[in-house]
Design a protein around this ligand. Sequence first.
Ligand SMILES: NC(=O)C1=CN([C@@H]2O[C@H](COP(=O)(O)OP(=O)(O)OC[C@H]3O[C@@H](n4cnc5c(N)ncnc54)[C@H](OP(=O)(O)O)[C@@H]3O)[C@@H](O)[C@H]2O)C=CC1
Ligand SMILES: O=C(O)[C@H](O)CS(=O)(=O)O
Length: 492
Amino acid sequence: MPVSVSDALKARLKDPGLLNAHAYIGGEFLVAGSGKTFAVTNPATGEEIAQVVDLDRADIAKAIAGAKLAQRDWAAKTGKERAALLRTWFDLMVAAKDDLAEILTAEQGKPLAEAAGEILYGASFVEWFGEEAKRVYGETVPGHQADKRIMVIRQPVGVAAAITPWNFPNAMITRKAAPALAAGCSFLSRPAALTPLSAIALGVLADRAGIPAGVFNVVPSSDSSGVGKEFCENPDVRKLTFTGSTEVGRILLGQAADQVKKVSMELGGNAPFIVFDDADLDAAADGAILCKFRNNGQTCVCANRIYVQDGVYEAFTEKLTERVAKLRIGNGTEEGVDLGPLIDTDAVEKYRTHVEDATSKGAKVHAACETDLGGTFVAPTILTEVTQDMLVTREETFAPLAPLIRFRDEGQVIGMANDTIFGLASYFYAKDLSRVYKVAEALEYGIVGVNTGLISTEIAPFGGVKQSGLGREGSRHGIEEYLEMKYICLAV
Ligand SMILES: NC(=O)C1=CN([C@@H]2O[C@H](COP(=O)(O)OP(=O)(O)OC[C@H]3O[C@@H](n4cnc5c(N)ncnc54)[C@H](OP(=O)(O)O)[C@@H]3O)[C@@H](O)[C@H]2O)C=CC1
Ligand SMILES: O=C(O)[C@H](O)CS(=O)(=O)O
């Protein structure tokens, strides 16, 4: 099939040039050596919106070789020079926010307003690490002998390769590319086959920003495992950064082990959301709506289990029910829609399996907005009388399903909250200061939201413990993932 993009989607854009279905390699927009393409469809309508270039391992090996050459000159620039180019890229992203949101909603399904929010969130990493590019400090250490001078410098790792998921097709790429480029690395982005157009649009803007050819590359491919193997087996790739499920993270970690490749992993979650009896219940219900239903529940930091202390269980359930009833489901391009479709039929199947398993073990469907939209649209649903033995508390649902579990006291809920292989995000609502300190310290998670359901920001270290990942993204720590530390011992 020839490379193509939807005329209808193009017509929605102020700048149709942002809608591109080619690979962006070495500063050029290219087709695959095989001429192959793969289809991208709109999850809300099922319509095809593009035929995207489908690279194979040989194409990607060439892109890696080009990125290696480009990285040398890129690293030779000063941090200030890299910062200026990243700032220009940031400015172009913000200026193109509405068009980038249209493209993102068309391929991923989230409502336009939420997509625009993701564009600004994604751009914030480029802004932040553009500033950090000028602050890659070294150190001098007092010598251990009179004739020794000790210095520590930090240098870019080299070529960095990224594999990212479909749920944040813009921000998950910039959260990696920005620190990589700021550090002086070159970068290859392999986006999820479901949502490659947002990544290619970032390539269009990188090109316009004047980021040198070969520094930022987008290598779309339907062969996810083949790309993973190339990134892990090609010795010119010095850093692999992955965001996605823990299952795939394990595969990549195994493949990267052979060359002891530097890796960072942002993996799956199973976030507890705890409402204590001293919580502000209206704030907790508002926070639960944000935390559970953002991106239709398709984020790794969504509340996956909602624990409510016995004394406030009924009151909180009613407040949450009132709010869920107001959620509007529909095509993300329609005004006022809160929830779009799930990404695909597998996601719908998982949602149904979790509901059926829970109700078969005694849970009750307390509220479910009706929807006859068909396709991959599902009703936001509240389950009550949920228990720890149900799939919905063991696995990441990744859908608009809110399971409410009763608990007696702090000790019991901390035990239940920590009873998982995951450790990414957690949340709780309480007022007592002593309780806040003790619970925040006792939760085994990389992120704890206290009296808030929204923790995502470029200025804080995002990442998990246990089987939710390795490393941190964002904050002053995020650039470390793309740097090597060198110790110089100088005899004088
Ligand atoms: N911690 C975090 O920040 C995040 C974690 N996640 C987690 O990921 C899951 C949902 O996202 P989803 O995209 O389905 O996750 P997947 O892990 O299935 O996919 C993530 C990416 O990995 C690719 N991939 C799949 N199999 C392989 C392989 N064998 N080798 C190399 N790459 C591969 C996918 O390609 P393709 O899709 O084209 O097959 C996609 O680009 C959930 O568990 C969610 O919690 C998601 C986002 C953020
Ligand atoms: O992919 C995800 O789920 C994101 O990491 C969540 S966030 O960065 O938007 O919080």
